[in-house]
Design a protein around this ligand. Structure first.
Ligand code: GLV
Ligand code: MG
Length: 296
């Protein structure tokens, strides 16, 4: 299952769900958290379930982001939404995860609802790292539940939690060229290490200015270069760029095929070492090529 682009839509706006269902996003994430005003929180749960039950999602996995564990909305988000449409939800995004206990809370509540409702399908968890304690605990959070499939970067809340200077209206990675290098290198790399050591993937935060496709491309390329697997989108126009950046390019696929072909030939000829275009191919290169071809 590909998770290159995750289109995030506010849970209380049904007409956006319809557009999202028809989009090319790999995953649609229906939000009950920060894009939903407090006055709409209760209603949003029902609207999300109606959409999940009634729309044609074209086989797209649907995620739901609940409210932060421990606040007054989160337990009912889990109980009410999962009771009504839990069997059709691919994953729960858990925002502002600071400790493994936040994941345990969600995990056990899912067990309870699933047992009561006799739901047997698999449901994944995606803890979102949005503060310094969460980043410090990223390894423990990554292994907090067998349901975990990814760690998600929450850039706006993270910036605010560390007191980073505020350069753009959304805090989502724009207007950051003043910084010599990539401002989020350390955070994303730390998440990649914590996640990949436990076979999880990493999803980057969205890019706030959906009219700036060059900025989006650069932000996605930097993340992909660090081993990040996908990125949230906040507008359908961002999906094409994100899918392209997190897919292997034609050249990468061609090179990977050549590496595998050269390796297979060497094995057939009983040779140990292989060479391609004058360069030695080692085992790591073969593994990299295999990984690239798996993404097609
Ligand atoms: C997402 O939740 C963010 O804080 O950027
Ligand atoms: Mg956030």
């Amino acid at each position: 299952m590909k998770r290159r682009s995750i289109l995030s839509v506010p849970g209380h706006v049904a007409r956006m769900h319809q557009k999202a269902a028809a989009s090319d996003a790999d995953v649609v994430m229906l939000d009950l958290e920060d894009s939903v005003p407090v006055s709409e929180k209760e209603k949003a749960r029902r609207i999300v379930c109606d959409s999940i039950n009634s729309l044609d999602w074209k086989r797209k996995p649907v995620s739901v982001r609940i409210n932060q564990p421990g606040n007054r909305f989160s337990y009912k988000d889990i109980i009410e939404v999962l009771s009504v449409c839990g069997g059709k939800i691919n994953s729960i995004v858990i925002p502002k995860v600071s400790t493994p206990a936040d994941v345990h809370f969600v995990d056990r509540l899912i067990d309870s609802v699933f047992e009561e409702q006799n739901i047997r399908s698999e449901i994944f968890l995606e803890p979102s790292i949005e503060d310094p304690l969460g980043l410090e605990n990223a390894s423990k959070i990554a292994e907090a539940s067998p349901r975990n499939i990814s760690l998600v970067f929450g850039i706006a809340d993270f910036s605010s939690a560390i007191g980073a200077k505020f350069y753009s209206i959304s805090g989502h990675g724009e207007n950051e060229d003043f910084y010599p290098g990539h401002r989020w290198h350390f955070v994303l790399s730390s998440m990649v290490i914590a996640a990949k050591a436990r076979d999880l993937i990493v999803i980057d935060a969205p890019y706030g200015n959906f009219k700036d496709s060059e900025g989006l491309k650069r932000s996605a390329e930097l993340a992909a270069a660090l081993g990040v697997d996908g990125k949230w989108a906040i507008h359908p126009d961002q999906i094409g760029v994100i899918n392209a950046i997190f897919s292997p390019s034609t050249e990468e696929i061609e090179r990977a095929r050549q590496v595998i072909a050269a390796h297979n030939q060497a094995v057939a000829q009983g040779k140990g070492a292989t060479e391609l275009n004058g360069r030695m191919i080692d085992s790591a290169t073969i593994r990299l090529a295999e990984r690239t071809l798996k993404k097609i």
